[in-house]
Ligand binder design. Structure first.
Ligand SMILES: [Zn+2]
Length: 65
């Protein structure tokens, strides 16, 4: 996923649909979801080195409850 675009809807990953799915999949393990997003954020920060860190952080964590 080098461009971090949703393969289904072509929107920036995680797209609203994927966020909703992830919240469902990790409803009983929100800590695991946070860890997953942290690892994705680290990888995306390298792939999307031109993106502002605050923007990426909001993208990967701003929707977590
Ligand atoms: Zn999507």
């Amino acid at each position: 996923m080098p461009l971090w675009i949703c393969s289904a809807c072509q929107r920036p990953w995680p797209c609203p649909t994927r966020r909703w799915e992830l919240l469902g999949e990790y409803a009983h393990a929100p800590g695991d979801l946070a860890l997953l997003m942290a690892s994705h954020l680290a990888a995306a920060s390298e792939d999307l080195s031109w993106a502002a860190p605050a923007t990426l952080h909001r993208r990967f964590f701003g929707w977590l409850a």
